[in-house]
Every structure is written in C-alpha cells, then in structure tokens.
Design a protein around this ligand. Structure first.
Ligand SMILES: Nc1ncnc2c1ncn2[C@@H]1O[C@H](COP(=O)(O)OP(=O)(O)O)[C@@H](O)[C@H]1O
Ligand SMILES: [Mg+2]
Length: 285
C-alpha cells in the first residue's frame, strides 16, 4: 500500500496553546485509519489542517505524494479530499434528495455560456445528478426518507446523509470527525456497514476520529493514538490497549475501559497562564 495522505512534522499553535506539535503520520491508500486520543489532543485541529481550513505554522501535508499544504478546502474537495460536516442549517428544510443534489460537482449548469448555448446539456446533467442522488440514497438505505426534510431525519440518518454528500463528489479520501456521537446503535451499524462498503467497493480511504471504542475496533486498522499534539503510537486497537503509555494517556489505567475524560485542554489551561480570548486564533481559512 502507498500513502494516500502524509502528515510531515506539522505544528500549529493557537495563542500559547500548541494544538499540533511536530505531528507526523501516514494514512495508507485503501485503509480505514482511526485517530484516537484524549480531549484536546489536537485531533480536530489536525483534520482542519489536512482539509485546508487552517494553514500549519510548520510542516507539510502530502496527498498521493503531492504537496497540498495550505491549499484551500474547495480545491482539496475537487481533488478528492473531503471532510464531512453537519448538514448546514440552511439545508435542513430541503429534502434528503435535494441535499444530495446541491452538492457541487463539476456542473456545466453553473456556466452561463453552457446554459445559453446548450440548455439540453444542463437538463441532461440535472437528470444525471438526480439519478446519482437516488442511487446514493438507495446505497445508504435512505430511499424511504428521500422526500423528508433533512431537519426531520434522526441523528443517525443525518450522519448517513452527510456520508451521502461525499458520494456525490469524486471523493477518494474522507475525513470523519466523531460521526458516531449521538447515533443510536441500530443506525450506527448501518453507518459502519456503509463506510465498509464504500471502502471495499468504491475504494474510499477513510481517516476517522472516534471516541466510540466499539466503532474503532470494528472499523479501523491501523489506529493512531495522538496525545498533546503528536503521535504516541500507531498499531491495531489491541496493540494500543496493551501499550502502557496509551493506557495511561487515554484509557485511564483500564485498557478494556472506555476512554476516561482526561482533558489536556483543561490541564493546559491550569498549567499555563490563560490566553485572553482575543489572542486565540479563530479559523484562518
Ligand atoms: N480555533 C481555536 N482557537 C483556539 N484554540 C483552539 C482552537 N481549536 C482548538 N484549540 C485548542 O487546541 C487544542 C486541541 O484541540 P482539538 O484539536 O479540538 O483537540 P481534540 O479534537 O483532540 O479534542 C485544545 O487545547 C483546544 O482548546
Ligand atoms: Mg475533536
């Protein structure tokens, strides 16, 4: 396997907080790689750097061996690197089908000239997008809620729909940040099955931040444990559960337990003079 994604010695600070600190890791093409670690370890910040929402202070990100450091999210999106987001509030009154149809692929309909000269092209394209959206809903077992407003879907159905939005693009590597949170067990199984099928049948590579150990165990190999902004250990979940450093940092001394609620964020705040809110950097896209 080759690396779909490579993070090389990446750092980013917010005010005095070093959220990501000389972090290096690889996500192999075709893998479902997990990312775990205590709250405040820097997982979400790392995802935001990879997806082009933040530019790192130092280090490089490679996508299929090509340097993508600092490229904006919409450019990465068109290169197949997609981070799922909650359905935007403005989209909650649209139906599930419409939510998929508005995901921007390379639509000739957006070009005024194409519309002017070849209206049939736009009609064909819309029919194509609609057909694709129906296929995606079918794949995700969401066809029965196709005409339901997205805001009326259950938490788990919304997550499936978010995953569906990536399927409307040319996605090759998908970043998922704690999508299991608040999803009931039945739909969680469907979500896992959909991720596995996308991995096996559609060659999606996944990079998954998750607190839910059942989900990590069922889905991810390898698993990367991040602590204080850098990688502590990479291995199978079983290997990580045996590593005293991982147990200490993440499992609170009980390797079979759920992650304890240690907050490095809180620890950092206690030990460092607190930065005034104004000095903290907001997302600098
Ligand atoms: N936009 C931001 N502004 C200031 N500090 C931030 C911002 N985002 C994250 N942080 C800080 O960076 C550290 C890492 O946070 P985060 O990446 O969210 O960790 P995780 O996802 O592992 O819980 C924390 O101390 C957090 O408070
Ligand atoms: Mg996070």
């Amino acid at each position: 396997m080759s690396a779909a994604l490579e993070v090389i010695d990446v750092s980013l600070s917010f005010g005095g907080v070093r959220a990501v600190d000389h972090c290096s890791l690889k996500v192999e093409a075709g893998s479902i790689t997990g990312l775990i670690g205590p709250n405040g370890a820097g997982k979400t910040t790392l995802f935001n750097i990879i997806a082009g929402l933040y530019r790192p202070d130092a280090g490089r990100i490679l996508l299929d061996g090509e340097d993508i450091t600092g490229l904006p999210a919409h450019v990465l999106f068109h290169r197949g690197l997609v981070r799922t987001f909650q359905i935007p509030h403005a989209f909650t009154s649209m139906t599930a089908l419409e939510n998929l149809m508005v995901v921007p692929p390379h639509q000739p309909g957006e070009s005024l000239l194409a519309t002017w000269f070849r209206p049939s092209l736009v009609r064909d394209r819309e029919a194509e997008v609609r057909a694709r959206a129906r296929e995606v809903l079918d794949f995700l077992n969401l066809s029965h809620v196709m005409h339901e407003a997205a805001g009326n879907l259950s938490g788990g159905q919304k997550k499936l729909l978010e995953l569906g939005r990536t399927m409307m693009t040319e996605a090759r590597i998908v970043l998922l940040d704690e999508i299991a949170a608040g999803v009931n067990r039945t739909l969680l199984k469907e979500l896992l099955a959909a991720i596995r099928r996308l991995n096996r049948e559609a060659d999606y590579t996944f990079f998954v931040i998750e607190h839910d150990m059942d989900m990590i165990g069922a889905l991810c190999d390898p698993v990367i444990c991040m602590v204080r902004g850098r990688v502590l250990r990479t291995g199978t979940l079983a290997e990580l559960r045996k590593d005293p450093r991982v147990i200490e940092a993440y499992f609170g001394g009980d390797p079979m337990g759920e992650p304890h609620a240690v907050s490095l964020e809180a620890a950092a705040k206690e030990s460092a003079p607190s930065a005034a809110p104004g000095t903290q950097r907001e997302g600098r896209a």
